[in-house]
Design a protein around this ligand. Sequence first.
Ligand SMILES: [Zn+2]
Length: 273
Amino acid sequence: MPEMPEVTVISEDVAALALGREILKAAVFRPDVTNVQPEEFEKRLVGKTLRDTGRRGKIIVLDFGDVVGLVHLVISGRVLRLPEWREPDRMNTAVLEFGGEGEPVVLAFTRLWLGYFDLYEPGEEENHPLISRLGPEPFSDDFTVEYLISALSRKANIKGLLLDQSVVAGLGNIYVDEVLFVAGVNPTRKANTLTDEETEKIHTATRDILHRAIEARGTTFDSYHDAFGETGQFQSQLKVFTRAGEPCPRCGTTIEKSRVAGRGTYTCPACQN
Ligand SMILES: [Zn+2]
């Protein structure tokens, strides 16, 4: 379940490996992982050079000049570097081979069953249903405390609103729990009952935690090794997420697991009010 920090790392890894390289081969496992026919997927990508990579919310943006790839990795979808070309299969649902200096770079976009690798005309990607509805990026100038106060002036619970990509882009279950712990706010609180000070704490914690998570190359719970063969390290810095039954690092009270906004939620019942 890559969130903003993991997707940032993946996007930067793809750039480090393939920027300026031309696609020699491209294939998808099944028609439903992309918005074009499989033959069209190959035809539109082969011969194109990767000019830039980026991220919008949890979506990786691959700029090939006159075609833009939007990759949405869900569940435990990731990007792997394969030693050599391999036809896509159930696991490696989309595969790209890049030529250029030295060894070819073969990248597999895995487990796209519920995600996708869509192709768009340049500029049209803003109309993508997931991108057009995105709220501000957490590190953008638009994501101010004032913005957050107004976006949170609703009766819904705070956890659900922070997971809502139209409120802030890129946050998912792991980091929302961590943010709310640091801010001392219970995930079940109605957002419109938060004080401005609490919202400010949420704002600060969001940027701080995401920044540190990117530095640690994200959170890895499975045996996933990224395209460079490394694993993320932020899981060791998590304060509450997956720590049910352990003592709260701040007050020692046992961390509890519950269900909020339909998601497994970890809280300190004493620190978070
Ligand atoms: Zn506590």
